[in-house]
Design a protein around this ligand. Sequence first.
Ligand SMILES: [Zn+2]
Ligand SMILES: [Zn+2]
Length: 154
Amino acid sequence: MLCYCGSAIQFNDCCNTYLSGANAAPNAEALMRSRFSAFCLKDPEYLLTTLHKDARAKESKKALIRSFGNTEWRSLKVIRSQQGKSGQQTAEVEFAAFYLEGDAGGQLHERSRFIFEEGRWFYVDGDILPPISLTRNEPCWCGSGRKLKKCHPE
Ligand SMILES: [Zn+2]
Ligand SMILES: [Zn+2]
């Protein structure tokens, strides 16, 4: 099967190489994508491991599992990835992640911050931004693989 993160690569050759622990994500965008896949799979362990230690101290497996709720993550659009200027030890990735909750679609548009420490990338935190609009010819947010206009037009 194709990877959850929308890379058009097989899951086993994409995010699963990070989720399985075989490799560390080589950059912030790859880490962000793999964290999205972990949300799709409801994998709290991976989400905790890839969280920066300051944020990890305030998070718990229980709280994460509770936060999964009935949210079904459907697709991801990476809008911008930017390496930090000072020796590339920090990075920002802006993305829109789309989900279904029951019959209602929703979106998380976030600019996330990442830091490189002890040879690995970690998610630090993010700013929530106003929702983006997809154009009619873009892949539908629901993950069907069809164009928006032929799937969930409004
Ligand atoms: Zn992936
Ligand atoms: Zn759709």
